[in-house]
Design a protein around this ligand. Sequence first.
Ligand SMILES: [Zn+2]
Ligand SMILES: [Zn+2]
Length: 165
Amino acid sequence: MSELTAVAVSVSPADKFREYLTTRGMRLTPERKSVVEEVFSSHEHFDSDQLVDRLSSQKEGKRVSRATVYRTLNEMVEAGLLRKVARSQNRDVYEHDYGYPRHDHLICGKCGSLTEFENAPLAGILEQVATQLGFRVSGHRLEVYGMCAACSRPPRARHRKLDMI
Ligand SMILES: [Zn+2]
Ligand SMILES: [Zn+2]
């Protein structure tokens, strides 16, 4: 599976967040800035608790409370920076919505892994369905549930290396 490449953006995530907050009469506080920077330091799917762990292990002065992380994540979703992609082990899983191409996910029910894919014909089919129903599409989210290739391999094949010892 090919990796999706990031989309070039002219405004940094922190600046885009600041713009959004300004329209709501809020400020980009140092805590909110820490959250944005940590979230956009790598493109990975993450759940809120993983992010809380990462931010609470930071050095004094850059630590952010759990409540602030949760609140900021919701604000970032509203600002169009993040989107919730799924729930795994009862936690919300997020990913970048800003600066990243539209894509869909295969979600493994066993290990919880998310595999990203882009498929243009699929988007065309959804457009066609919507047109038939007189529906104007602004976006879509497709989640396919099942078992990933690694998890669906028979146990024998998975442990072959051990058997040979
Ligand atoms: Zn799996
Ligand atoms: Zn994704």
